[in-house]
Design a protein around this ligand. Structure first.
Ligand SMILES: [Mg+2]
Length: 312
């Protein structure tokens, strides 16, 4: 499969998962299938809970902010990404993670804000950095394993002081890179885990192992470990993009983010053509703080293509 198919699949697939999952956030297990029992029947991009049909949430909004910084700056400019995040957070987005909001508004400089938040709160292993990683994963895929995992860690560290969040995001980046090589990301997991920081390797090995099930999670899936584990489980236990995303939303809890991470992985794995048009066509991504801009599907496709072409 062409890399352009996989790049577009990762970016659009993640946005689709985000928008599909948003109305079910904090709902019970099985709510999606209860409402839409027949896969492929349509009507799933329904909106609700304050979201319009096809409206992407903070996950995709922040992924777009990262993408636009990478493309406009031509390099990984961490202070620039942080400034864009702050501008967005100040414009009162409909949704923003608790940790992320605190870090972006605590008045500390970009290279201290997340670390200080972690020192004070001792909890910063949310999935809020993992959720926005589809665009940077595409951009850095060609740079190789070390470089893409390093970039993932540094972007995650802008808002999350706990290395657990960095390592989960780094694993996601490398899973996307592996699909771009036409290799099986699930087969590559042991190799990828060998490049995870030793202090965090065992915990990720547990949630990424073939016999792990989301029922075995020891935290709410708003935490980075079960979120990534659930996304990989959804990819492993289904046979297509649509079923993977359905399985992710049916887990309940932080449905938009678990489905965004799942959609990014499954989109890269199966390619853009596997993303149902009835899900991708209504997509729109508002960017609070950025002159009322709203990205549509064509804009996301253009972004994905540029991230691939101008990637490192
Ligand atoms: Mg969200």
């Amino acid at each position: 499969m062409k890399r352009a198919q996989r790049a577009a699949g990762a970016v659009v697939g993640s946005a689709v998962g985000d928008a599909l999952g948003a109305p079910f956030e904090f709902g019970p297990e099985g709510a999606f299938s209860a409402r839409f029992p027949v896969p492929g029947a349509g009507g799933e991009m329904c909106g609700g809970g304050g979201w319009d049909p096809g409206e992407a949430t903070d996950d995709t909004q922040m992924a777009v902010l990262v993408a636009e910084s990478l493309l406009e700056r031509g390099e990984l400019d961490l202070p620039d990404i942080f400034t864009r995040f702050q501008r967005w957070a100040a414009a009162d987005p409909k949704d923003i993670g608790l940790q992320t909001e605190d870090v972006l508004t605590n008045g500390m400089p970009w290279d201290l804000a997340a670390a200080v938040h972690f020192q004070v709160n001792l909890r910063a292993a949310g999935n809020g950095a993992l959720m926005r990683a589809s665009t940077s994963a595409v951009h850095f895929a060609a740079a190789g394993r070390e470089a893409t995992m390093d970039a993932a860690r540094r972007i995650a560290a802008l808002t999350h002081g706990d290395r657990a969040a960095w390592e989960g995001t780094a694993i996601f980046h490398d899973l996307i890179r592996v699909t771009f090589e036409d290799s099986d990301p699930l087969t590559a997991l042991p190799d990828i885990l060998a490049h995870v920081h030793p202090d965090h390797r065992d915990r990720y090995a547990t949630v990424l192992s073939p016999d792990w099930h989301p029922d075995r999670a020891t935290e709410f899936n708003g935490a980075v470990w079960p979120c990534l584990g659930s996304a990989v489980w959804a990819l492993r236990t289904t046979a297509g993009f649509e079923d993977a995303v359905r399985a992710a939303i049916d887990l309940g809890g932080d449905t938009d983010t678990v489905a965004a991470v799942t959609g990014g992985l499954a989109g890269a794995y199966y390619g853009l053509d596997a993303v149902p048009a009835r899900w991708s066509e209504p997509l729109h991504v508002p960017l609070p703080g950025f002159d009322g801009r709203v990205l549509r599907l064509a804009d996301l496709l253009h972004l994905a293509d540029r991230l691939l072409q101008e990637g490192s």
